[in-house]
Design a binder for this molecule. Structure first.
Ligand code: GRF
Length: 200
């Protein structure tokens, strides 16, 4: 399954997926990495692995529709079949969401539908979990629609919140789980995808 990974920051999830793909553990090929920020560290990781990268910065486009069209054109030119969001902090243009219906997934560092929605990203999520006194948090992988953190949940994994956790210590424990969980779920989705594809 040819995937594009979208990221805005470090790209540690991108790396875990890229390694699983490289090692032949999952039937996935990363054909393109897209970021909204030229400075995103994840782009440097991709370049180092010889994976094509491109930047789509919405602020450089006057027209939202043209922006979506150009993104779609790029995705098609790389034969992208499936989109994987890994720490991507921007909305996907509606045009792309419609063209890739049920073919865009995201990872969220909490148990959705709790602790999701606008503003719930990065350390904000873990801080909110600790402030709410939760004994458990986790990781959610879900399909993406036009509303933040709203699409159908594919799978979740639970992570304990420890008594003395800081948002940082909790974030680190959750991220470690993400690195195993995302490639595993993508591997499953790729198998389903190949099953659904017409054979010729
Ligand atoms: C992860 O915690 C992910 O759940 C969230 O953004 C973070 C991305 O981290 N959506 P990284 O850039 O993959 O290191």
């Amino acid at each position: 399954m040819n995937i594009a990974v979208f990221l805005s920051g470090t790209g540690s999830n991108f790396l875990s997926i890229a390694r699983a793909a490289q090692d032949g553990k999952i039937n996935v090929r990363i054909v393109l990495v897209i970021s909204n920020r030229e400075e995103a560290k994840g782009l440097r990781h991709a370049e180092g692995m010889g994976i094509p990268t491109t930047v789509f910065d919405r602020s450089k486009w006057a027209d939202g529709n043209a922006f979506g069209q150009e993104m779609l054109k790029t995705l098609n030119s790389f034969n992208v079949e499936f989109i994987v969001l890994a720490g991507y902090l921007k909305k996907i243009p509606p045009l792309v969401i419609r063209a890739f219906s049920k073919k865009i997934v995201n990872i969220h560092p909490a148990l959705l539908p709790e602790f999701g929605g606008k503003g719930m990203f990065g350390m904000n999520v873990h801080r909110a979990v600790i402030e709410a006194g939760e004994a458990e948090t986790g990781v959610t992988i879900h399909y993406v629609d036009e509303i933040y953190d709203n699409g159908e949940i594919i799978d979740q994994r639970r992570v304990a919140v420890l008594k003395n956790d800081s948002p940082e210590s909790l974030a680190a424990r959750v991220l470690k789980v993400e690195h195993e969980f995302y490639p595993e779920v993508l591997g499953r989705l790729a198998e389903q995808f190949h099953g659904l594809k017409p054979q010729n």
